[in-house]
Ligand binder design. Sequence first.
Ligand code: FES
Length: 181
Amino acid sequence: MSDMAHAEIDSEKRDFIYLATGAVAAAGVASITWPLVAQMGKAADTLAAGSIEINLENIEEGAQLKTLWRGKPVFVRHRTSKEIAEAENVDMSSLPDPETDNARLVAGPDGKINPKFLVMVGVCTHFGCVPVGEAGDFDGWYCPCHGSHYDTSGRIRKGPAPTNMEIPPYSYTANNVIKVG
Ligand code: FES
């Protein structure tokens, strides 16, 4: 079952907060850890079972939407041309967890990959903190808990995290709509 939801924007952080229908609004989600927001709104079992639809048209270039899926934060970033170029022009041998940028994206209904939108589980693969966007040495995400730096594809580049941030199962249901889960 899919829930179209409403979004809020924290203009200072340029992050959207995208909450499943019926969830209680959360302000100031510039969180470091992820213990509580998943508890709000719908019952955990409802969230766990559901999928969510996200309209990409609502996410400006350079902005990131945060939502919840199965109790986990999901980031949807509308990447800039610079961020895409940085993600694509990487020496694979320099990556702790080698993965091309394309391998971390999903094709749209036309069969083509749109590199503008990166969708991933916003959880650090070290001990589960929520990384901060537009930060770190690689212009991607930075986890302040123990200093892991992720690039603009969400790949680990420096620090203790062992693997890239996870890509959730998702697909395009229309040119500008994805379904996660
Ligand atoms: S939890 Fe992110 S670096 Fe340790």
